[in-house]
Design a protein around this ligand. Sequence first.
Ligand SMILES: *Cc1c(COP(=O)(O)O)cnc(C)c1O
Length: 232
Amino acid sequence: MISDNEFFKNFSLLQEQLTVLAEQSGRKSDEIRILPVTKNHPFDAVDFCGRAGLSAVGENRVQEAAEKREQVAEKEITWELIGHLQSNKAAQAVEIFDRIQSVDSLKLARRLDRIVGERGKVLRCLIQVNTGADPGKFGFLEEGFDRNFEALCGCSHLQIEGLMTIAPLEGGKETARPAFARLRELADDMRRASGLALDELSMGMSGDWPEAVAEGSTLIRVGSALFGARTY
Ligand SMILES: *Cc1c(COP(=O)(O)O)cnc(C)c1O
């Protein structure tokens, strides 16, 4: 794990680059937020974020997030799930996460809807779309997404705030950018069809966030560029 000094250096560098790249794309940098991804890093990573004034972190496993969350004072940090959620962990996930970005199937959506409904709550979420049609990735496919989205809108306890995607592993920036563009277009289509605001577009990671910003990302999920390489 890197030192807090290194983290603060990485964070200010990322902020500077984001400002420049946002301007180059004709956007304001305050339209784009950074979600630090603390998965596979010790609790210190969450602590650094709090000290840097970052108010949310991304994690991909329920158990790991639960353990870290216990160490933070309530409400100081909000927790976002960005990894695939197994059905049998859905109930626990609803307790731990403030938002689930990885709603990747109707089955999972309906299960989450039922669980939060029974508790009289509403769950903030994003719908994960596999816009690169990467066979190794979870998420809805673009084909038939309009019908699926209609069904998702029927989940009355889910507050759908936008869409999320992960660019295909293969192909680098040349395949990442069109995948991001398609997510934006899909959000535009679903906005028209549903009347929802859908103003969150979670796309871009350490290796491809400039392409995502150029295509309209509102939330970049950054791990290694802030905290260094992960140890698995
Ligand atoms: C791990 C992860 C990230 C962060 O990846 P880096 O390349 O370290 O920035 C972003 N999004 C998702 C869904 C992830 O699983």
